[in-house]
Ligand binder design. Sequence first.
Ligand code: HEC
Length: 252
Amino acid sequence: MSRDWLRSAMVALPIVGLVTSAAQGAAPPADGDAAIAQSLAEMLRDARTVVSNNQDLINNPELGDKHLTGQVVLDQAVKSYTQATGSDPATVDPKSRQGRLLRAMMAAIVAVTDDNQATINEKGTGFKGFIPAVFARLVSEDFNQMAKGEAEVKVTAPPELVRNRKARPDAWEADIIKTKLLDPKWPRGQSYSAVVDANGHPAFRIMVPEYYAASCLVCHGSPKGEMDLTGYPKEGGKVGDLGAAMSITLYH
Ligand code: HEC
């Protein structure tokens, strides 16, 4: 594949309009890559929300076994996924690329939750550090192992907000955050995607923006610099600020 082809693809392919409709829950776009990426993002987000909805249970120091197993988290995530997309992941052909990758994401959700049962079920400790961001990072890492060479998922953020260095944006991600997602004129909630060169291969890359909700500000809010309950300085974020970007790469 020539460089010229790549360069023109980069110019021609930001199919942002299509991708937004999927992000908002409308029918998935015909484009295969965008549909696959959006379905992976949706599944990871849904599972992260399950952890968020169960945060009080996880943080309960009185209870031992919380019965929050990998299967329980996956079942709840699949329920939200099916509601949001109108399609049950079980019906996606397991031999298709989407079916394979979606099942890898689901397997990662189960594995990470099951691997952390000792932490989740620890009696006598309230805050255990098992929070949505950590869960999403561990699931992404597991998924990336399973999908090696085919796909990569990462939750990143504007560089000045990044807490865990593993979440730092790479050059392309930092550029898209700065020039697109943080641009005041960028339509809220709209993803950015392009076909670019990644590690020497053409790849479909997409950045899905996420914004701080009130619930995030206990840790990421004000006063800036004050320690939050996890031991990190708060970022001074406000409701509606760009707080995260889900970055998905599909290698061709
Ligand atoms: C209980 C405190 C807490 C809350 C509430 C919280 N976060 Fe975080 N967040 C953290 C911690 C701690 C990390 C670092 C996780 C790690 O080690 O990977 C983090 C990491 C992140 C990351 C990954 C990038 C990085 O900085 O490492 C993003 C993005 C993020 N949070 C966004 C959010 C959003 C959006 C919300 C609300 C929906 C939220 N957080 C709610 C504590 C919190």
